[in-house]
Ligand binder design. Structure first.
Ligand SMILES: [Mg+2]
Length: 461
């Protein structure tokens, strides 16, 4: 294990103040437990059980969508209705089309949503890396929600129980060209109770500084979708030091006692990433994220093996197999699945369990509404090597109000409490969801046009 990862996981004291930070964090955790989690009760679960449900007779009758926007991203929330008046909620990944879910409707009509794995295996072929997995996962989540509701248990319980009552969350912070402004913003997050942070700092900010970047032509846009290693763009030692200095200025304001992850460093070649990561070693980063495409495993492993900064990837990977390649060969130090892409609640728990066999922790990327956040919460609660979960919505004042049934604020001093109600443990606040629908979208309008979508779906003949 590289020293930087060991430090992150608390195994070694490397800087004055680190132990003091851990003590403070423990104290905070304890205080939070006493203040916010003390009145935990199962009453809600009992009250919300649909006693009219007969799980063995439950059938899917409909799939509808409400597309929320500005959360801060656009997120299609799906609702699966049944023949027993009970419904389940799920969410297509942020930024993805609702069509990913709707095109699957005809494949699940009439099925029992409690047979979650059977449905998932039927639909799995329609998912893919990135946003393509959105529909498969949204349906998987909604089936878990339904199964939990009809059997009267929270999803984490069906996954084997929980390791924790609340989830540590990291937050993103609005960008600024001035590191002092950025640092003050992050410090405000710290004062809100956050104990883990992520910042985006990219090569673009420095590309016009003489001698900082090579290969970039003024006025020539970087071709969208061009992979890092063939971009022809490289960062110089000067550029790498400038980026590191920016982070150090933020560090001076926020302090050394909190993990800070770095993302979106920009499009550049493998050697530049190594140059940059080496310059970042003094910044004591929690991880460096998605530095090159995740499927370029040999290059990624060289980077991971060369630098003493934890290397992390995974938010665009679908299903276990690709994660296992990364873990088995120690291509990365930390995996970072987005549950809405990685395959849903059960697949992501399995991914975490697999990574744990290789001694690799699992952070979770998350940029959705509270529906998505709660799906993540149940999975994270039930997965031992969970590290920390992302939240993009700290500055969205109505984000909490999209749902009912859970304690507010949902994100409380940097932690999310694991819901105790059946299924996901939440319901939608119809009034607030309607206020934030994407233009032209309706609140779960009928979708009969998707009832008869048919094709020969077999993967082999
Ligand atoms: Mg990222």
């Amino acid at each position: 294990m590289k020293p930087s990862l060991e430090r992150l996981l608390g195994g070694r004291r490397t800087r004055p103040g680190r132990r003091e930070f851990l003590k403070k964090a423990t104290a905070l955790f304890g205080a939070a437990a006493g203040t916010f989690w003390a009145d935990e009760t199962l009453d809600a679960a009992v009250q919300n059980v649909n006693r009219n449900s007969a799980p063995s007779q439950l059938k899917i009758t409909d799939l509808r969508v409400a597309v929320v926007t500005g959360a801060p991203f656009t997120c299609p929330i799906i609702r699966i209705d049944t023949n027993q008046g009970i419904y389940g909620l799920g969410e297509v990944r942020d930024g993805a089309s609702k069509t990913y879910a709707l095109m699957l409707k005809s494949r699940i009509l009439g099925m029992n949503p409690c047979n979650i794995e059977q449905i998932f295996r039927r639909l799995r072929q329609f998912g893919g890396h990135g946003r393509m997995a959105g529909g498969v996962v949204a349906i998987e989540e909604a089936c878990w929600d339904l199964a939990g509701k009809v059997y009267g248990v929270p999803i984490y319980q069906m996954l084997g129980g929980k390791y924790r009552d609340q989830l540590r969350c990291y937050c993103d912070t609005p960008d600024s060209p001035d590191p002092k402004v950025f640092g003050e913003r992050m410090k405000q997050r710290k004062e809100m109770g956050f104990t883990w942070f992520k910042m985006d700092i990219g090569i673009n900010r420095f590309r016009n500084v003489p001698g900082a970047v090579s290969g970039y032509v003024q006025g020539m846009p970087v071709e969208r979708g061009r992979e890092h290693t063939i971009s022809g763009i490289e960062i110089t030692h000067k550029g790498a030091e400038l980026m590191a200095e920016y982070i150090m200025k933020v560090r001076e304001i926020v302090g050394w006692d909190v993990p800070i992850a770095v993302d979106h460093v920009g499009i550049m070649g493998e050697n530049s990433i190594i140059r940059l990561a080496k310059a970042f070693e003094k910044c004591n980063l929690a991880w460096l994220e998605d530095v090159i495409p995740w499927y370029q495993t040999e290059q990624l492993k060289r980077i991971t093996d060369t630098v003493d900064v934890p290397i992390c990837t995974g938010e665009d990977i679908y299903l276990m197999d690709e994660f296992e390649k990364l873990c088995r060969n120690h291509v990365v130090d930390i995996i970072h699945p987005d549950l809405s892409t990685s395959g849903g609640i059960l697949e992501t728990k399995r991914i975490g369990d697999m990574a744990m066999r290789y001694g690799i922790p699992m952070a979770m990327h998350m940029a959705g509404t509270p529906v998505c956040a709660m799906a993540n919460a149940h999975c994270a609660a039930a997965t031992q090597n969970f590290l920390v979960m992302e939240n993009h919505s700290v500055d969205i004042p109505w984000w909490d109000d999209l749902v009912t049934g859970v304690e507010k604020p949902i994100l409380n001093k940097g932690f999310i409490r694991v819901p105790e109600g059946p299924g996901l443990g939440i319901d939608l606040n119809e009034e607030v969801v309607k206020q934030h629908l994407m233009m032209g979208e309706s609140y779960f309008a009928p979708t009969p046009e998707w009832d008869r979508e048919r094709s020969a779906d077999q993967l082999y003949s």
